[in-house]
Design a protein around this ligand. Structure first.
Ligand code: ADP
Ligand code: MG
Length: 397
């Protein structure tokens, strides 16, 4: 795909590696602007594949599929975090504009590289990652410092939604946990006393133009995002400035083009720590579909087509509630039954989104609801009403 004139105009084909819900919203945002989209995903029923102009049903390292994608698409992005670096490099070699590049994606894919990278940014940002130890062999395990307990053992790769994580109180539990995780490379992180969690979603164009979406405050349950609030109720001016600096430092140091999410912890003592980065739009930015002038997926499309970034200013306070597969299962009989969506659709501030996934599973993200209201408190009341209807446990105070 050489001799292209940028920016790329519709109806050109854009490609997306991965066909989950993030890919589905990428497809919708691209199609809204008149582009066509080709999705690569091995799942025949993938949420993005269902609605794209083309769905390549193949693995992420399938050379024939990649060659076809490179011929069809002028520019390709990723939504699946574990796309092999070689896949991205191959597409670039074929002359496609790929954003983000494998350098950034491979850092975000591996907790060792990610933490090392965050350390290199620490002097500029003034904040760093969680204290941690690398666990790759028995010696490293034995010599773990006592101050890392109680801790959380996390696999270095392929973890998401709290998967691949075990909480450990002491060395004995650490040994057991590492065995349970199959002795794969891990990091042991100190379990921090969190006051609350924040996330920043930042877009960067090919010409270094950047745009930060409004910062979200997030509540996780069992390692899975449960609810996001924007504006973040506990965000101070000082935290906002620190996050602004951190987000810009990280995205520039990564030479990143596209949409990037950075998760932060605010500790009980008020200090700010970087948790992790995700090289793509993020669940905590799903509110932007209904609350922002330009949502995170449209920003991804714009960065990919080398168009100017949009203004993603917040149009309304919003609460986003994730819908997991759990609520399809009857608590007594375990029989699967679709939730009564008509009861949600009558809540005036609720905007329901479902991802078209055929099979509900425990912990599987099936959709989300955005509650748009005049204040976060009102939006939370709407969310609470929906949680009561759907049988989701109320928020812990
Ligand atoms: P994932 O890649 O699955 O999102 P995270 O590292 O973000 O993994 O962990 C998921 C959630 O678990 C976090 O959002 C936070 O609520 C909790 N958590 C993770 N690490 C720590 C830690 N070191 N201290 C306290 N809570 C943590
Ligand atoms: Mg996380």
């Amino acid at each position: 795909m050489s001799n292209l004139v940028w920016p790329l105009y519709p109806p050109a084909f854009l490609g997306i590696l991965g066909g989950g819900q993030l890919g589905r919203y990428f497809v919708q945002a691209a199609q809204d602007l008149g582009y066509q989209v080709c999705v690569l995903d091995p799942d025949p029923n993938s949420p993005a594949g269902q609605i794209a102009q083309e769905h390549l049903l193949a693995q992420y390292d399938d050379i024939d599929a990649l060659r076809h994608m490179a011929q069809l698409c002028e520019a390709i992005s990723t939504e699946f975090e574990n796309v092999p670096a070689n896949t991205i490099d191959y597409l670039i070699q074929e002359g496609v504009f790929v954003a983000p590049k494998s350098f950034a994606v491979s850092i975000a894919q591996n907790r060792f590289k990610e933490k090392q990278f965050l350390k290199t940014c620490q002097s500029t940002m003034g904040i760093g990652p969680v204290d941690y130890a690398v666990i790759q062999n028995d010696d490293q395990l034995q010599s773990v410092q006592a101050l890392l307990f109680p801790g959380i053992l996390k696999t270095a790769q392929l973890g998401y939604d709290g998967k691949g994580q075990q909480r450990v109180q002491n060395l004995t539990e650490l040994k057991q946990a590492w065995n349970t995780l199959g002795k794969v490379p891990c990091v042991l992180e100190k379990k921090l006393d969190l006051a609350f969690e924040l996330s920043a979603i930042i877009a960067r164009g090919h010409n270094d133009e950047t745009h930060l979406l409004p910062i979200a405050q997030n509540i996780h349950e069992n390692g899975i995002l449960h609810l996001s609030m924007v504006p973040a109720p506990n965000l101070t001016q000082e935290l906002q400035e620190k996050i602004h600096l951190a987000a810009h430092t990280i995205i520039r140091q990564l030479e990143y083009v596209g949409v990037l999410c950075i998760e932060f912890f605010v500790l009980k003592d008020g200090s700010l720590v970087v948790n992790e980065i995700a090289p793509r739009p993020h669940n905590s930015g799903h509110h932007s579909l209904d609350s922002c002038l330009t949502n995170q997926f449209e920003q991804q499309v714009r960065t990919l087509a080398k168009l100017p970034l949009g203004d993603s200013r917040l149009l309304s306070p919003v609460v986003m509630l994730n819908i997991l597969g759990d609520i399809w299962f009857d608590k007594n009989t375990n029989v699967i039954q679709s939730p009564a969506w008509e009861k949600i659709l009558v809540i005036p501030c609720a905007k329901l989104h479902l991802y078209g996934k055929a099979e509900p599973k425990i912990g599987r993200k099936m959709g989300h609801i955005n509650f748009i209201a005049d204040s976060i408190d009102q939006a939370l009341m709407g969310a609470q009403q929906a949680m009561d209807i759907l049988g989701i446990a109320p928020l812990r105070k």
